[in-house]
Design a protein around this ligand. Structure first.
Ligand code: ADP
Ligand code: MG
Ligand code: MG
Length: 244
């Protein structure tokens, strides 16, 4: 699904966290949103997911303007979100978490049997080894991350937002996530990949949008050097001694 954000502005009191942000993500594209901590990446995605109402701007899916009153609307329209901090309930099983989704008030859309079946189907599709009846809090962090992805896909997400998904992963789990992202994109899912890690962006992104202090400051090619990307991110020339 094609995603377009036009002129998104979001203010928190006197702070303008997003200042007229434009972003286009084509179907099946992995689009990295690169920016330093506080640049406004999560705010933008929270607007897209219906958690915040924008002060200005609009969201279009396949060129049709949409209005999300909450995450339930966004999910129904095909937006899936893997939050920076997992939204899983540790004492529940994988299937129970999938059944409940993100919003307790909108839970029960899937019944438990369907949730278990969807966990098995999606796990098989991506080569995940996830037991639908495992208690989430007992699972390693890397597997919990995959449960979040399964949860989003179980609701037929066609745009998947991954907000700093590798923050808690080991290098091997990170590499595996890159493979999963590629598989998803090949299946037509559009991915917004939020990170500040240049190595990951260069490894997996088709396109890069760099934001700084709430504004888009440039587009970059994944072939750009880490030096160039880092300079765009921070807004001045930087010399990298270590490629990160
Ligand atoms: P990033 O995800 O790029 O690290 P955020 O979108 O989380 O950045 O934050 C952008 C700016 O907006 C930061 O200055 C942050 O402190 C502020 N901010 C984010 N969420 C809120 C909120 N709910 N209320 C007030 N300020 C917020
Ligand atoms: Mg942050
Ligand atoms: Mg963030």
């Amino acid at each position: 699904m094609k995603l377009e954000l036009r002129g998104i502005t979001k203010r928190f009191g006197s702070l303008t966290a997003n200042d007229g942000i434009d972003l286009v993500v084509e179907p099946g594209e992995i689009h990295a949103l690169l920016g330093e901590n506080g640049a406004g990446k999560s705010t933008l995605m929270n607007v897209l997911f219906g958690l915040y109402q924008p002060d200005e701007g609009e969201i279009l899916l396949d060129d049709v303007p949409v209005h999300f009153k909450g995450p339930g609307d966004a999910m129904a329209a095909g937006i899936g979100m893997v939050h920076q901090h997992f939204m899983l309930i540790p004492v529940f099983t994988v299937a129970e978490n999938v059944m409940l989704g993100h919003e307790p008030t909108k839970g029960g859309v899937l019944d438990l049997a369907t949730a278990r079946r969807r966990v098995r189907e999606i796990s098989a599709q991506f080569g995940f080894d996830i037991d639908p009846d495992a208690v989430v809090g007992d699972l390693p962090v890397g597997v919990q991350q995959r449960v979040e992805i399964v949860k989003a896909l179980s609701r037929d997400a066609r745009v998947l937002i991954l907000d700093e998904p590798t923050a808690v992963l080991t290098p091997q789990e990170t590499d595996e996530l890159m493979v999963t992202m590629r598989q998803l994109a090949e299946a037509g899912t559009s991915i917004v990949f939020i990170t500040h890690k240049l190595r990951e962006v260069k490894a997996v992104a088709d396109k890069i949008t760099v934001i700084r202090l709430g504004r888009v400051v440039g587009d970059a090619d994944p072939a750009a050097s880490s030096q160039e990307l880092a300079s765009l991110m921070v807004g001045r020339e930087v010399e990298l001694t270590v490629q990160k």
